[in-house]
Design a protein around this ligand. Structure first.
Ligand SMILES: [Zn+2]
Length: 270
């Protein structure tokens, strides 16, 4: 799977020594979350790595080179990186493509909008320099699923969002009461309370989603794709709304890219 050819596309000889001697070199795999321009030719990339959590690194000269190198450092790409640690920013010295998920997904609008919301959420749920191997594995799994077209893109998105929130410590409950733990099923649903509520815990403002929608959300959270793939459009739409509300509740400002996900598009079933 690995293309065993390193492509040294940056000369780092002038930046490999800091004031206190050589800077540490590391190698890690990761998914590019976003990039932005720096000066005339460089780009800063934000990557969620397996071993180091989220990092930001300068890819020098990347915008001058032919796209063969630059394309590896686009959002959604799964790459093996070699970097020098810097005081503020690391510097990418070598890169190797593991999976061109970003390339594949970008050819399809629905998959790309789902991926964009996934990448933004991964960025929002992680902090630079804090290990986040579970978030990395979730992100990689979701992008792989989109690239291989395994399930409806909006279902992959919602499964990712629910699980990413759970990993962040905000696991919603779709069966047992989110407050007292009383065994479900329960009908009342309240985002701010963390999911379904029993009769005793029910609060004003609780809604009553369709039981099938709650079953779908539970299936997405646990990865029961047999149930999720067989779900009806109306439950997918209702579930997408509840998932977005959860995300909005926990993330200040919400996830802007979710606005581009067309929740009314005809969805694939089965
Ligand atoms: Zn309760």
């Amino acid at each position: 799977m690995f293309e065993k050819r390193w492509s040294a596309w940056v000369c780092v000889s002038s930046t490999t020594k800091g004031d206190n001697g050589p800077m540490p070199l590391y190698r890690d795999s990761g998914v590019v979350l976003r990039t932005h321009k720096l000066g005339e030719a460089d780009r800063i990339i934000t990557v969620l790595t397996r071993g180091r959590g989220k990092i930001r690194a300068v890819a020098k000269g990347v915008r001058r080179t032919k796209s063969r190198f630059g394309a590896r450092l686009e959002p959604g790409m799964h790459v093996d990186l070699q970097c020098y640690e810097g005081r503020n920013l690391d510097t990418v010295t070598q890169t190797e493509s593991i999976d061109a998920w970003g390339d594949v997904i970008a050819r399809d609008y629905r998959r790309w909008t789902a991926a964009t919301a996934i990448l933004e959420t991964a960025d929002r749920l992680t902090e630079e320099g804090e290990p986040a191997v579970q978030q990395y594995l979730l992100l990689a799994g979701a992008l792989r699923s989109l690239a291989h077209d395994e399930h409806d893109p909006e279902l992959v998105l919602d499964a990712y969002l629910l699980r990413a929130l759970a990993v962040a410590g905000w696991a919603p409950s779709f069966h047992d009461c989110a407050r007292c733990g009383e065994e479900g099923p329960h009908r009342a649903f309240h985002v701010a309370s963390g999911g379904v509520l029993c009769r005793g815990c029910r609060v004003p403002g609780a809604s009553a989603p369709a039981p099938e929608t709650l079953d779908l959300l539970a299936a997405l959270l646990t990865g029961d794709w047999v149930v999720a793939d067989a779900s009806a459009d109306r439950n997918r739409r209702e579930g997408a709304g509840l998932t977005a509300a959860f995300l909005q509740w926990h993330l200040e400002r919400g996830v802007l890219s979710l606005r581009h996900v067309d929740r009314t598009a005809p969805q694939r079933t089965g």
